[in-house]
Design a protein around this ligand. Structure first.
Ligand code: UDP
Length: 327
């Protein structure tokens, strides 16, 4: 299939683009480079464009004869979404509306959407199944849920088939070692701990040590980037005969912030300073996935069930690319 990968120059989108190509598809990356890196696009046509630009989208979808769209181009930082909700709604919701409208105009009906565990808010029980209540506790999660609802309504018309993939914590680097995580403003735990291990930062802060967990720090479910992308590939294929797919993508296993930091120390062989800090706004205490539905419904197989193996791939990329894609 010819697949438009919106946000294909970013962390998840660039890995997805590489995997699409490997699987015999023809990816075309559409990215405004607001946070992505053109160097991360190695095996696809690249179009610099904005999702707000309806005419440009229609042109590209038509000219490139696109069959399906994957959408990774969103703002992702929870605390920023609390500070600047209108920007998040504009980019994550309004621009996705523009994209869906352009697809409708071009009669393209297959759409794979990056959703998030943030749609669940603070879940009543973990691991979380897809039928759990959706009660996002921050604007970021609300924007993801708003897009899921927009897709649902559009799918009811028969003009859209979509997969909403609810990511838990994406981590690690592509196995050939060339596609890692390089956010302009890094906020994620694993890359920040690695930066501390590399001596690029003096310390790592733990945001909250008074959560109702064994060691008082938040628990998250880390899923390797390649495992995440392989589920997208399977979902894309399944849209040939299904209209509406919603899946959790996680390992089902939780690790605390403290455990992640200890694992980064072990994998890197470096010690670094760890400082206990206050809670970060919008963080639920525990998020772990029940991914049975994706495993059974997609035939999804996870290659990296262990945190240590995931962190090893991240450590390798960051230690080989200490300046990210800047070199
Ligand atoms: N976290 C932390 N220190 C940091 C960055 C993150 O303690 O410097 C915590 C954060 O509060 C959350 C967990 O690590 O509990 C994972 O955060 P991340 O931003 O990596 O992913 P999120 O779960 O927000 O998607």
């Amino acid at each position: 299939m010819k697949v438009l990968v919106c946000g294909g120059a970013g962390y998840i989108g660039s890995n997805m683009t590489a995997m699409l190509r490997e699987a015999g598809h023809e990816p075309v990356v559409y990215d405004n480079l607001s946070s992505g890196h053109q160097k991360a696009v190695k095996t696809a046509d690249f179009v610099k464009g904005d999702l707000a630009d309806f005419d440009m989208l229609v042109k590209i979808l038509t000219y490139k004869q696109i069959d399906a769209v994957m959408h990774f181009a969103a703002f992702i930082e929870v605390s920023e979404s609390v500070e600047n909700p209108l920007e998040f709604y504009r980019n994550n919701v309004c621009n996705t509306h523009t994209l869906l409208a352009a697809m409708e105009k071009c009669n393209i009906d297959k759409f794979v959407f990056s959703s998030s565990a943030a749609v669940y808010g603070t879940p009543e029980k973990t691991p979380i199944t897809e039928d759990a209540a959706t009660n996002p506790i921050n604007p970021y999660g609300q924007t993801k849920l708003a897009v899921e609802r927009m897709c649902h309504c559009q799918s009811q018309t028969g003009r859209l088939k979509y997969a909403a993939l609810r990511y838990f914590n994406a981590a690690g680097a592509g196995a050939d070692g060339s596609l890692g995580e390089d956010h302009k403003l890094e906020s994620h735990l694993i890359p920040l701990a690695i930066e501390a291990a590399l001596g690029k930062k003096d310390e790592i802060k733990i945001f909250g040590v008074d959560y109702p967990t064994d060691d008082g720090t938040c628990i998250r479910d880390y899923i390797h980037i390649e495992d995440l992308c392989s589920a997208h590939l399977l979902a894309l294929e399944k849209l040939n005969y299904e209209n509406e797919l919603i899946y959790n993508l996680g390992n089902g296993k939780g690790y605390s912030v403290q455990q992640v930091i200890e694992t980064v120390k072990k994998v890197s062989g470096k010690n670094f300073r760890v400082v206990n800090d206050l809670r970060r706004a919008g963080d639920p205490p525990i998020l772990t996935a029940d991914a049975t539905k994706a495993i059974e419904g997609l035939g999804w197989e996870v290659k990296y069930p262990e945190l240590e193996a995931i962190i090893e791939t991240a450590w390798k990329w960051h230690s080989e690319n200490p300046n990210g894609y800047a070199d």
